[in-house]
Design a protein. Structure first.
Length: 467
Protein backbone atom coordinates (compact mmCIF):
# COMPACT_ATOMS: atom_id res chain seq x y z
CA UNK A 1 0.00 0.00 0.00
CA UNK A 2 1.42 3.40 -0.96
CA UNK A 3 0.97 6.49 1.18
CA UNK A 4 -1.29 8.06 -1.45
CA UNK A 5 -3.71 5.15 -1.04
CA UNK A 6 -3.67 5.28 2.75
CA UNK A 7 -6.47 6.92 4.70
CA UNK A 8 -5.37 8.49 7.99
CA UNK A 9 -7.96 9.65 10.53
CA UNK A 10 -6.78 11.68 13.48
CA UNK A 11 -9.00 12.12 16.55
CA UNK A 12 -8.04 15.43 18.12
CA UNK A 13 -6.69 18.64 16.61
CA UNK A 14 -4.13 19.66 19.22
CA UNK A 15 -0.35 19.73 18.60
CA UNK A 16 -0.09 15.96 18.37
CA UNK A 17 -3.00 15.80 15.94
CA UNK A 18 -2.39 18.72 13.62
CA UNK A 19 1.37 18.15 13.35
CA UNK A 20 0.69 14.52 12.48
CA UNK A 21 -1.86 15.62 9.88
CA UNK A 22 0.63 17.93 8.20
CA UNK A 23 3.22 15.16 8.12
CA UNK A 24 0.77 12.64 6.69
CA UNK A 25 -0.39 15.07 4.01
CA UNK A 26 3.22 15.77 3.04
CA UNK A 27 3.71 12.02 2.55
CA UNK A 28 0.66 11.86 0.27
CA UNK A 29 -1.91 10.21 2.51
CA UNK A 30 -5.60 11.05 2.57
CA UNK A 31 -5.95 12.79 5.92
CA UNK A 32 -8.95 13.71 8.05
CA UNK A 33 -8.78 15.48 11.42
CA UNK A 34 -11.79 15.14 13.74
CA UNK A 35 -12.03 17.91 16.33
CA UNK A 36 -14.94 19.00 18.51
CA UNK A 37 -13.75 22.19 20.19
CA UNK A 38 -11.38 23.90 17.77
CA UNK A 39 -8.06 23.28 16.08
CA UNK A 40 -5.09 23.66 18.36
CA UNK A 41 -6.95 21.89 21.14
CA UNK A 42 -6.60 22.93 24.77
CA UNK A 43 -2.96 23.92 24.14
CA UNK A 44 -4.02 26.78 21.91
CA UNK A 45 -7.53 27.57 23.13
CA UNK A 46 -7.47 27.26 26.93
CA UNK A 47 -4.02 26.30 28.18
CA UNK A 48 -0.54 27.01 26.84
CA UNK A 49 -1.17 29.94 24.48
CA UNK A 50 -3.54 31.84 26.81
CA UNK A 51 -1.46 31.25 29.94
CA UNK A 52 1.78 32.37 28.32
CA UNK A 53 0.04 35.45 26.93
CA UNK A 54 -1.25 36.23 30.43
CA UNK A 55 2.25 35.82 31.84
CA UNK A 56 3.68 38.08 29.13
CA UNK A 57 1.17 40.76 30.15
CA UNK A 58 2.19 40.48 33.81
CA UNK A 59 5.87 40.66 32.86
CA UNK A 60 5.21 43.77 30.75
CA UNK A 61 3.62 45.43 33.78
CA UNK A 62 6.61 44.50 35.91
CA UNK A 63 8.90 46.56 33.67
CA UNK A 64 7.18 49.70 34.95
CA UNK A 65 7.59 48.76 38.59
CA UNK A 66 11.27 47.95 37.94
CA UNK A 67 11.96 51.25 36.18
CA UNK A 68 13.13 53.09 39.29
CA UNK A 69 15.74 50.41 39.97
CA UNK A 70 17.54 51.36 36.75
CA UNK A 71 17.17 55.10 37.21
CA UNK A 72 14.10 55.68 35.06
CA UNK A 73 11.19 57.72 36.37
CA UNK A 74 7.94 59.16 35.08
CA UNK A 75 8.39 62.64 36.51
CA UNK A 76 5.92 65.18 35.24
CA UNK A 77 3.34 62.66 34.10
CA UNK A 78 -0.11 63.41 35.52
CA UNK A 79 -1.95 61.11 37.89
CA UNK A 80 -0.90 57.79 39.29
CA UNK A 81 2.56 56.64 38.21
CA UNK A 82 1.61 52.99 38.52
CA UNK A 83 -0.04 50.68 36.02
CA UNK A 84 -3.35 48.88 36.40
CA UNK A 85 -4.50 45.56 34.99
CA UNK A 86 -7.91 45.69 33.31
CA UNK A 87 -8.58 41.98 33.35
CA UNK A 88 -11.57 41.94 31.02
CA UNK A 89 -9.51 43.71 28.34
CA UNK A 90 -6.52 41.46 28.99
CA UNK A 91 -8.60 38.30 28.71
CA UNK A 92 -10.35 39.55 25.57
CA UNK A 93 -6.96 40.09 23.93
CA UNK A 94 -5.67 36.70 25.10
CA UNK A 95 -8.67 34.79 23.81
CA UNK A 96 -8.49 36.73 20.56
CA UNK A 97 -4.88 35.60 20.17
CA UNK A 98 -5.89 32.00 20.85
CA UNK A 99 -8.70 32.13 18.30
CA UNK A 100 -6.36 33.66 15.71
CA UNK A 101 -3.81 30.91 16.29
CA UNK A 102 -6.55 28.29 15.89
CA UNK A 103 -7.58 29.86 12.57
CA UNK A 104 -3.97 29.87 11.40
CA UNK A 105 -3.73 26.14 12.11
CA UNK A 106 -6.94 25.49 10.19
CA UNK A 107 -5.62 27.42 7.20
CA UNK A 108 -2.37 25.43 7.26
CA UNK A 109 -4.25 22.14 7.33
CA UNK A 110 -6.67 23.11 4.59
CA UNK A 111 -3.86 24.42 2.36
CA UNK A 112 -2.10 21.05 2.83
CA UNK A 113 -5.22 19.22 1.66
CA UNK A 114 -6.33 17.93 5.06
CA UNK A 115 -10.07 17.47 5.63
CA UNK A 116 -11.24 18.93 8.95
CA UNK A 117 -14.46 17.45 10.37
CA UNK A 118 -16.12 19.05 13.39
CA UNK A 119 -17.46 16.54 15.87
CA UNK A 120 -16.49 14.01 18.49
CA UNK A 121 -14.59 11.01 17.22
CA UNK A 122 -14.32 7.52 18.62
CA UNK A 123 -12.89 4.26 17.36
CA UNK A 124 -15.42 2.01 15.65
CA UNK A 125 -13.31 -1.11 15.63
CA UNK A 126 -9.76 -1.10 14.29
CA UNK A 127 -10.34 0.36 10.86
CA UNK A 128 -12.96 3.09 11.24
CA UNK A 129 -13.75 6.20 13.24
CA UNK A 130 -17.27 7.24 14.15
CA UNK A 131 -17.92 10.99 14.19
CA UNK A 132 -20.88 12.51 16.01
CA UNK A 133 -21.60 16.16 15.23
CA UNK A 134 -23.29 18.78 17.42
CA UNK A 135 -26.74 17.71 16.17
CA UNK A 136 -26.13 14.08 17.14
CA UNK A 137 -25.74 12.91 13.55
CA UNK A 138 -23.20 10.09 13.24
CA UNK A 139 -21.08 9.00 10.29
CA UNK A 140 -18.25 6.53 9.91
CA UNK A 141 -14.90 7.31 8.33
CA UNK A 142 -12.85 4.36 7.02
CA UNK A 143 -9.28 4.45 8.28
CA UNK A 144 -6.18 2.46 7.47
CA UNK A 145 -4.34 4.36 10.20
CA UNK A 146 -5.86 6.01 13.28
CA UNK A 147 -4.06 8.45 15.55
CA UNK A 148 -5.66 9.22 18.91
CA UNK A 149 -4.65 12.67 20.19
CA UNK A 150 -7.47 13.57 22.55
CA UNK A 151 -5.39 15.41 25.16
CA UNK A 152 -6.23 15.86 28.82
CA UNK A 153 -8.42 17.96 31.11
CA UNK A 154 -7.90 19.58 34.52
CA UNK A 155 -8.17 17.28 37.50
CA UNK A 156 -10.64 18.49 40.10
CA UNK A 157 -11.27 17.62 43.73
CA UNK A 158 -14.56 16.17 44.96
CA UNK A 159 -14.34 18.63 47.84
CA UNK A 160 -13.56 21.60 45.58
CA UNK A 161 -15.90 21.53 42.61
CA UNK A 162 -15.28 24.41 40.18
CA UNK A 163 -18.20 26.77 39.57
CA UNK A 164 -16.47 28.99 36.98
CA UNK A 165 -16.92 32.07 39.19
CA UNK A 166 -15.08 31.67 42.49
CA UNK A 167 -13.59 28.18 42.25
CA UNK A 168 -11.79 27.83 38.94
CA UNK A 169 -9.73 25.49 36.83
CA UNK A 170 -6.93 26.85 34.67
CA UNK A 171 -9.24 26.61 31.66
CA UNK A 172 -11.86 28.85 33.29
CA UNK A 173 -9.75 31.78 34.47
CA UNK A 174 -10.05 33.64 31.18
CA UNK A 175 -13.76 34.17 31.82
CA UNK A 176 -13.06 36.46 34.81
CA UNK A 177 -14.17 40.06 34.33
CA UNK A 178 -12.22 41.56 37.23
CA UNK A 179 -8.86 40.88 38.82
CA UNK A 180 -9.14 38.63 41.90
CA UNK A 181 -8.49 40.59 45.07
CA UNK A 182 -6.90 37.52 46.67
CA UNK A 183 -6.28 34.31 44.71
CA UNK A 184 -5.42 31.03 46.39
CA UNK A 185 -3.61 28.75 43.96
CA UNK A 186 -3.86 25.10 44.99
CA UNK A 187 -0.93 23.16 43.58
CA UNK A 188 2.68 24.31 43.12
CA UNK A 189 3.63 22.37 40.01
CA UNK A 190 4.34 24.08 36.71
CA UNK A 191 0.78 25.30 36.06
CA UNK A 192 0.29 26.49 39.63
CA UNK A 193 3.62 28.31 39.77
CA UNK A 194 3.10 29.99 36.40
CA UNK A 195 -0.39 31.26 37.14
CA UNK A 196 0.51 32.30 40.68
CA UNK A 197 3.34 34.36 39.18
CA UNK A 198 1.03 35.85 36.55
CA UNK A 199 -1.68 37.02 38.96
CA UNK A 200 0.86 38.34 41.44
CA UNK A 201 2.35 40.41 38.62
CA UNK A 202 -1.09 41.66 37.57
CA UNK A 203 -1.74 42.95 41.09
CA UNK A 204 -3.62 40.24 42.97
CA UNK A 205 -2.66 39.09 46.43
CA UNK A 206 -1.65 35.44 45.94
CA UNK A 207 -1.38 32.49 48.31
CA UNK A 208 0.26 29.40 46.86
CA UNK A 209 -0.60 26.11 48.57
CA UNK A 210 2.18 23.55 48.11
CA UNK A 211 1.86 20.04 49.47
CA UNK A 212 5.63 19.50 49.30
CA UNK A 213 8.69 21.07 50.95
CA UNK A 214 9.11 23.56 48.12
CA UNK A 215 7.42 24.80 44.99
CA UNK A 216 8.04 22.91 41.73
CA UNK A 217 8.85 19.64 43.53
CA UNK A 218 9.61 17.81 40.29
CA UNK A 219 12.12 20.39 39.04
CA UNK A 220 15.76 21.22 39.71
CA UNK A 221 16.01 22.01 43.45
CA UNK A 222 18.39 24.96 43.00
CA UNK A 223 16.05 26.50 40.43
CA UNK A 224 12.96 25.93 42.56
CA UNK A 225 14.62 27.53 45.57
CA UNK A 226 15.48 30.64 43.55
CA UNK A 227 11.90 30.94 42.33
CA UNK A 228 10.40 30.44 45.78
CA UNK A 229 12.70 33.14 47.18
CA UNK A 230 11.57 35.50 44.40
CA UNK A 231 7.91 34.71 45.06
CA UNK A 232 8.25 35.49 48.76
CA UNK A 233 10.28 38.65 48.16
CA UNK A 234 7.60 39.97 45.83
CA UNK A 235 4.89 39.45 48.43
CA UNK A 236 3.43 36.03 47.63
CA UNK A 237 2.41 33.84 50.57
CA UNK A 238 3.78 30.33 50.04
CA UNK A 239 2.39 27.61 52.29
CA UNK A 240 4.77 24.65 52.12
CA UNK A 241 3.85 21.17 53.36
CA UNK A 242 0.20 22.20 53.16
CA UNK A 243 -2.50 20.24 51.37
CA UNK A 244 -5.96 21.57 50.53
CA UNK A 245 -8.77 19.43 51.91
CA UNK A 246 -11.73 21.44 50.62
CA UNK A 247 -12.81 24.71 49.05
CA UNK A 248 -16.22 26.23 49.61
CA UNK A 249 -17.88 29.44 48.47
CA UNK A 250 -18.76 31.76 51.34
CA UNK A 251 -20.58 34.97 50.40
CA UNK A 252 -18.51 36.88 47.86
CA UNK A 253 -15.42 34.77 48.40
CA UNK A 254 -14.04 31.35 49.17
CA UNK A 255 -12.59 29.55 52.15
CA UNK A 256 -9.84 27.00 51.54
CA UNK A 257 -9.57 24.43 54.32
CA UNK A 258 -6.20 22.73 54.69
CA UNK A 259 -5.79 19.18 55.95
CA UNK A 260 -4.29 20.42 59.22
CA UNK A 261 -7.43 22.46 59.91
CA UNK A 262 -6.15 25.89 58.95
CA UNK A 263 -8.39 28.02 56.77
CA UNK A 264 -7.48 30.61 54.15
CA UNK A 265 -10.14 33.13 53.17
CA UNK A 266 -9.83 34.70 49.73
CA UNK A 267 -11.85 36.04 46.82
CA UNK A 268 -11.07 33.18 44.42
CA UNK A 269 -9.42 29.75 44.33
CA UNK A 270 -7.62 28.20 41.38
CA UNK A 271 -7.18 24.43 41.13
CA UNK A 272 -3.86 23.33 39.63
CA UNK A 273 -3.69 19.75 40.87
CA UNK A 274 -2.81 17.89 37.71
CA UNK A 275 -4.74 16.53 34.75
CA UNK A 276 -6.64 13.47 33.57
CA UNK A 277 -6.47 11.93 30.08
CA UNK A 278 -9.44 12.33 27.73
CA UNK A 279 -9.71 8.64 26.91
CA UNK A 280 -13.20 7.77 28.14
CA UNK A 281 -15.85 7.10 25.48
CA UNK A 282 -13.28 7.06 22.67
CA UNK A 283 -13.79 3.36 21.93
CA UNK A 284 -10.27 2.45 23.01
CA UNK A 285 -11.01 -0.40 25.37
CA UNK A 286 -13.61 -1.87 23.00
CA UNK A 287 -10.97 -1.90 20.25
CA UNK A 288 -8.48 -3.64 22.53
CA UNK A 289 -6.16 -0.68 23.17
CA UNK A 290 -4.26 -1.04 26.44
CA UNK A 291 -4.68 1.74 29.01
CA UNK A 292 -2.89 2.45 32.29
CA UNK A 293 -4.95 2.48 35.54
CA UNK A 294 -5.34 6.31 35.34
CA UNK A 295 -6.55 5.93 31.73
CA UNK A 296 -3.50 6.92 29.67
CA UNK A 297 -2.97 5.15 26.35
CA UNK A 298 0.02 2.81 26.49
CA UNK A 299 2.42 3.55 23.61
CA UNK A 300 5.94 2.61 22.62
CA UNK A 301 8.66 4.99 21.44
CA UNK A 302 7.16 5.22 17.94
CA UNK A 303 3.68 5.92 19.35
CA UNK A 304 2.17 2.48 18.58
CA UNK A 305 -0.61 1.24 20.81
CA UNK A 306 -1.34 -2.43 21.48
CA UNK A 307 -3.60 -2.51 18.40
CA UNK A 308 -1.98 -2.61 14.94
CA UNK A 309 -2.75 0.51 12.92
CA UNK A 310 -3.78 2.54 15.98
CA UNK A 311 -1.34 5.13 17.29
CA UNK A 312 -1.58 7.75 20.03
CA UNK A 313 0.17 11.02 20.82
CA UNK A 314 0.14 13.83 23.35
CA UNK A 315 -1.22 14.20 26.86
CA UNK A 316 -3.60 11.25 26.48
CA UNK A 317 -0.49 9.03 26.54
CA UNK A 318 1.00 10.49 29.72
CA UNK A 319 4.52 10.32 28.25
CA UNK A 320 5.47 13.95 28.98
CA UNK A 321 2.85 16.74 29.06
CA UNK A 322 4.52 19.19 26.69
CA UNK A 323 3.16 20.50 23.40
CA UNK A 324 6.55 19.92 21.78
CA UNK A 325 6.52 16.26 22.85
CA UNK A 326 2.95 15.80 21.62
CA UNK A 327 3.91 17.25 18.24
CA UNK A 328 6.99 15.01 18.01
CA UNK A 329 4.96 11.94 18.99
CA UNK A 330 2.46 12.75 16.25
CA UNK A 331 5.14 13.21 13.60
CA UNK A 332 6.92 10.00 14.66
CA UNK A 333 3.66 8.05 14.59
CA UNK A 334 2.86 9.12 11.04
CA UNK A 335 6.38 8.53 9.78
CA UNK A 336 6.34 5.02 11.23
CA UNK A 337 2.84 4.23 10.00
CA UNK A 338 3.56 5.38 6.45
CA UNK A 339 6.99 3.81 6.17
CA UNK A 340 9.06 6.99 6.25
CA UNK A 341 12.43 7.27 7.97
CA UNK A 342 11.91 7.62 11.71
CA UNK A 343 13.87 7.77 14.95
CA UNK A 344 12.15 6.68 18.18
CA UNK A 345 11.22 9.35 20.70
CA UNK A 346 14.16 10.34 22.90
CA UNK A 347 13.05 12.14 26.06
CA UNK A 348 16.68 12.77 27.00
CA UNK A 349 16.81 15.50 24.35
CA UNK A 350 13.61 17.28 25.32
CA UNK A 351 14.03 20.86 26.49
CA UNK A 352 11.30 22.41 28.64
CA UNK A 353 10.58 25.75 30.21
CA UNK A 354 8.61 27.19 33.12
CA UNK A 355 7.37 30.67 32.20
CA UNK A 356 7.80 32.37 35.54
CA UNK A 357 10.07 35.35 36.25
CA UNK A 358 12.80 34.26 36.16
CA UNK A 359 12.09 31.47 33.71
CA UNK A 360 13.42 27.98 34.39
CA UNK A 361 14.62 25.95 31.39
CA UNK A 362 16.04 22.44 31.48
CA UNK A 363 17.33 19.80 29.09
CA UNK A 364 18.93 16.38 29.39
CA UNK A 365 19.85 14.72 32.67
CA UNK A 366 18.85 16.27 35.98
CA UNK A 367 20.86 17.16 39.06
CA UNK A 368 18.97 14.43 40.92
CA UNK A 369 20.28 11.84 38.44
CA UNK A 370 23.82 12.82 39.40
CA UNK A 371 23.20 13.17 43.14
CA UNK A 372 21.54 9.74 43.31
CA UNK A 373 24.30 7.99 41.33
CA UNK A 374 22.38 7.19 38.14
CA UNK A 375 24.73 9.35 36.05
CA UNK A 376 28.46 9.90 36.55
CA UNK A 377 28.87 13.58 35.76
CA UNK A 378 30.42 16.81 36.98
CA UNK A 379 28.49 20.04 37.52
CA UNK A 380 29.28 23.73 37.27
CA UNK A 381 26.78 26.39 38.35
CA UNK A 382 27.43 30.10 37.69
CA UNK A 383 25.23 32.81 39.22
CA UNK A 384 24.05 35.46 36.79
CA UNK A 385 24.88 38.20 39.28
CA UNK A 386 28.45 38.01 37.92
CA UNK A 387 27.36 38.41 34.28
CA UNK A 388 27.87 41.96 32.89
CA UNK A 389 24.76 41.87 30.69
CA UNK A 390 22.69 40.71 33.64
CA UNK A 391 23.97 43.66 35.68
CA UNK A 392 23.00 46.07 32.89
CA UNK A 393 19.49 44.60 32.77
CA UNK A 394 19.09 44.61 36.56
CA UNK A 395 18.84 40.82 36.69
CA UNK A 396 19.29 39.85 40.33
CA UNK A 397 18.23 36.20 40.32
CA UNK A 398 19.27 33.23 38.28
CA UNK A 399 22.09 30.95 37.23
CA UNK A 400 23.47 28.69 34.52
CA UNK A 401 24.23 25.06 35.31
CA UNK A 402 25.82 22.50 32.97
CA UNK A 403 26.38 18.77 33.48
CA UNK A 404 29.26 16.95 31.72
CA UNK A 405 30.05 13.23 31.76
CA UNK A 406 33.10 12.44 33.83
CA UNK A 407 35.98 11.37 31.59
CA UNK A 408 34.66 12.24 28.11
CA UNK A 409 33.41 15.74 29.14
CA UNK A 410 30.33 15.21 26.93
CA UNK A 411 27.56 17.67 27.79
CA UNK A 412 24.63 15.71 29.20
CA UNK A 413 22.26 18.46 30.22
CA UNK A 414 21.79 21.82 31.85
CA UNK A 415 19.57 24.27 33.66
CA UNK A 416 19.13 27.98 32.98
CA UNK A 417 17.30 30.27 35.40
CA UNK A 418 17.04 33.69 33.81
CA UNK A 419 14.83 36.04 31.84
CA UNK A 420 14.15 34.34 28.49
CA UNK A 421 15.69 31.09 29.69
CA UNK A 422 13.48 29.44 27.06
CA UNK A 423 15.76 30.95 24.42
CA UNK A 424 19.04 30.48 26.29
CA UNK A 425 18.52 26.73 26.74
CA UNK A 426 18.72 26.08 22.99
CA UNK A 427 22.54 25.97 22.66
CA UNK A 428 22.71 23.49 25.56
CA UNK A 429 19.94 21.41 23.96
CA UNK A 430 21.90 21.43 20.70
CA UNK A 431 25.02 20.29 22.54
CA UNK A 432 23.10 17.44 24.19
CA UNK A 433 21.53 16.35 20.90
CA UNK A 434 24.85 16.38 19.00
CA UNK A 435 26.95 15.02 21.89
CA UNK A 436 29.34 17.95 22.02
CA UNK A 437 31.99 17.99 24.71
CA UNK A 438 32.67 21.04 26.84
CA UNK A 439 35.72 22.10 24.83
CA UNK A 440 33.84 22.05 21.53
CA UNK A 441 31.03 24.00 23.13
CA UNK A 442 33.23 26.59 24.83
CA UNK A 443 35.36 27.22 21.73
CA UNK A 444 32.36 28.77 19.95
CA UNK A 445 32.39 32.57 20.09
CA UNK A 446 29.74 34.34 22.15
CA UNK A 447 28.80 38.01 22.02
CA UNK A 448 30.18 40.24 24.77
CA UNK A 449 28.34 41.21 26.84
CA UNK A 450 25.63 38.56 26.71
CA UNK A 451 23.81 36.12 28.94
CA UNK A 452 25.06 33.31 26.70
CA UNK A 453 28.58 34.21 27.79
CA UNK A 454 27.85 32.57 31.13
CA UNK A 455 26.85 29.35 29.35
CA UNK A 456 30.19 29.23 27.53
CA UNK A 457 32.05 30.09 30.74
CA UNK A 458 30.35 27.23 32.59
CA UNK A 459 31.53 24.88 29.86
CA UNK A 460 35.08 26.25 30.12
CA UNK A 461 35.09 25.59 33.84
CA UNK A 462 34.16 21.96 33.15
CA UNK A 463 37.30 21.41 31.06
CA UNK A 464 39.26 18.57 32.59
CA UNK A 465 43.03 18.16 32.32
CA UNK A 466 44.27 14.69 31.41
CA UNK A 467 46.30 12.95 34.12
Amino acid sequence: MTASQTSVVIIGGGPGGYEAALGAAQLGAQVTVVEAEGLGGATVLTDCVPSKALIATADFMDRFSAAKRIGVGFDGAPGDQGVTAHLSDINARIMGLAAAQSRDIQERLESAGVDVVQGRGRLAGRDAVEVVDADGTAEQLPADIVLVATGARPRILDSAVPDGRRILTWQQIYELEALPEHLVVIGSGVTGAELAHAYLGLGSAVTLVSSRDRVLPGQDADAANVLEDVFRRRGMTVLNRSRAAAVRVVGDGVVVTLEDGREVAASHALLAVGSLPNTADVGLEEAGVDLTPPGHVVVDRVSRTSVPGVYAAGDCTGVLPLASVAAMQGRIAIAHALGDAVAPLSLGRVSSNIFTDPEIATVGVAQSDIDEGRVDARTVMLPLTKNPRAKMQNVRDGFVKIFARRGSDTILGGVVVAPRASELIFPIALAVATRLNVDQFASTFTVYPSMSGSIAEAARQLHSVAD
